[in-house]
Design a protein. Structure first.
Length: 502
């Protein structure tokens, strides 16, 4: 029995074929870029769909003799694709950093109350969420809004394209700012305030729900056999948590992807004035009755990609000529490149606990003696300091984390994992498989089809722990002093902005 997991991210998508014994077979990845112009940040929905089809075909082709029985998707949140009833794509998807939606979120908060919206949805009201993007479309592109049958995030978009049925997981529905996370249904109070009917969205359901089979014409296009079941997946960080075996209190997955995100899980909804204002969402987990939150910085892998493309052109050219991996090359250079440089990684605004869209990145401490490896190391440290700040904030509301499991592209970096262990003061287990998202999908598929009695059993089959990184006592004092200086960067930037405003 084989399962196909599809992970749809901001910078690319991946598909992996796995079996019920925990073996991984064919895998494929396709990168794509965000379209950025005048504050508008979009994914080309058709390009993403073509990329999804390509990686599915390639993963299946690389898995000869393995009959796929079910397919499941994880995806980024917030971004929504407008589609019609014939499964035609009508437009691009605004991603979370898109500037549109500020007036719309304000209008909803004026009608319902900011804290009331947060208490219902578990999120800090913000323009990033889907309902505000859809409301912006209704106001500014009414013809597109009226033509759209549904606005689908990429997980339920894939389900819809494969089956013609529109279902969304509870975890991804929570990224709309229109979903009641305690009662697990659309909030009619918020939808009424927005003037948008629930029919514009998919039907919410639990992760692992079988919603149908891949349509025959789609199966032929994708190289799939007849009768492949389509299973509801989850938001990407939740799928990564499943794939990493993060299924009980005190554990968290360290998702080192385009957005750096630490996802702890807990056994009850935690929603308060503090969690709402600080931006710590309360999201249904794939495990029934459990919840999760996200401590994140938008500028994770995206920031390192910016460094690569903007500052490391000569090094990139050298590595391309020699066939070397650029990030591994930079890691080796940065290993002995300690400096007093500080980086505030707010290149696309500040996430929790600031929730400050206007905050901007900083590189502090440059001199004529500064080297590129020192700057690169400072980027790694800045992202890590930002995440420590989040962990300390979560501890104050009772979310104690005792262990992290790392996944995503950044988990390939030994220097970064050790650095994070030192800065966080926590053990970090490196997952040997970097496919936590697609593996999480496979575990959800296997559980839905009865190959595993529950997600915990499925995770135990797939879990493959590599090296364990422990905090180095000799680094503690160095990072403690540097972290204290890092915390002053944000306030310095805020004061500069305040002075400019006057």
């Amino acid at each position: 029995m084989a399962f196909l997991g599809v992970d749809i991210g901001t910078g690319g998508c991946k598909a992996t074929v796995c079996d019920e014994c925990g073996c991984l077979y064919g895998s494929a990845y396709k990168e794509y870029d965000i379209i950025r112009r005048q504050g508008r940040h979009e994914l080309d929905s058709r390009e993403v769909w073509d990329s999804i089809c390509q990686v599915i075909r390639q993963a299946v082709e690389k898995s000869p003799g393995k009959r796929v029985e079910a397919i499941c998707a994880s995806s980024l949140g917030e971004a929504a694709v407008p589609v019609d009833e014939r499964r035609e794509i009508l437009g691009n998807a605004m991603v979370y950093t898109d500037c549109r939606g500020q007036d719309e979120v304000q209008s909803i908060c004026d009608a319902v109350g900011k804290l009331r919206v947060g208490k219902i949805t578990g999120v800090n009201p913000n323009r990033i969420f889907t309902i505000n993007k859809v409301l912006w479309t209704k106001k500014h592109e009414p013809a597109l809004y009226e033509k759209a049958y549904k606005f689908l995030q990429f997980e339920d978009f894939l389900t819809f394209m494969l089956t013609g049925q529109a279902y969304i997981s509870y975890s991804l529905a929570s990224r709309t700012m229109a979903f009641d996370v305690v009662h697990k249904c659309w909030s009619q109070e918020i939808l009424s305030a927005a003037g948008i009917p629930s029919s514009k969205f998919s039907t919410p359901c639990a992760s692992g729900t079988i919603v149908g089979e891949v349509l025959p014409e789609m199966a032929q296009t994708l190289g799939l056999p007849d009768g492949v079941k389509v299973v509801v997946g989850a938001q990407d960080q939740i799928c990564a948590a499943v794939g990493a075996g993060i299924l009980e209190n005190g554990m968290a997955v360290d998702g080192m992807g385009s957005t750096h995100c630490i996802t702890p899980v807990f056994d009850r909804p935690l929603i308060s004035d503090f969690t709402i204002n600080a931006g710590y969402a309360c999201c249904p987990h794939a495990v029934d009755g459990m919840y999760a939150t996200y401590a994140y910085t938008f500028s994770g892998g995206n920031l390192l990609r910016w460094f690569r493309d903007t500052l490391a052109g000569r090094e990139r050219e050298t590595c391309e000529k020699s066939g070397a991996n650029l990030y591994q090359y930079l890691d080796r250079q940065a290993k002995t490149a300690q400096s007093e440089l500080l980086v505030l990684p707010h290149f696309t605004g500040g996430g929790p606990p600031y929730m400050d869209d206007d905050s901007r990145g900083m590189l502090y401490g440059l001199s004529l003696n500064t080297t590129l490896p020192q700057i690169y190391r400072a980027f790694l440290e800045g992202i890590s300091f930002e995440m420590r700040h989040n962990l300390e904030a979560l501890a104050r509301i009772g979310i104690e984390i005792h262990m992290l499991r790392a996944c995503g592209g950044g988990a390939n970096s030994k220097i970064w994992l050790q650095m994070q262990s030192d800065i966080f003061g926590l053990p970090i287990e490196q997952l040997r498989t970097k496919e936590a998202g697609t593996v999480g999908c496979a575990i959800i598929c296997g559980t839905a089809l009865g190959a595993f009695k529950n997600l915990r059993e499925g995770a135990s089959v797939y879990l493959d722990i590599g090296k364990k990184y422990l905090p180095n006592p000799t680094s503690k004092a160095y990072y403690q002093e540097k972290y204290a200086r890092f915390l002053r960067l944000y306030e310095a930037g805020r004061q500069i902005r305040s002075a400019e405003a006057h």
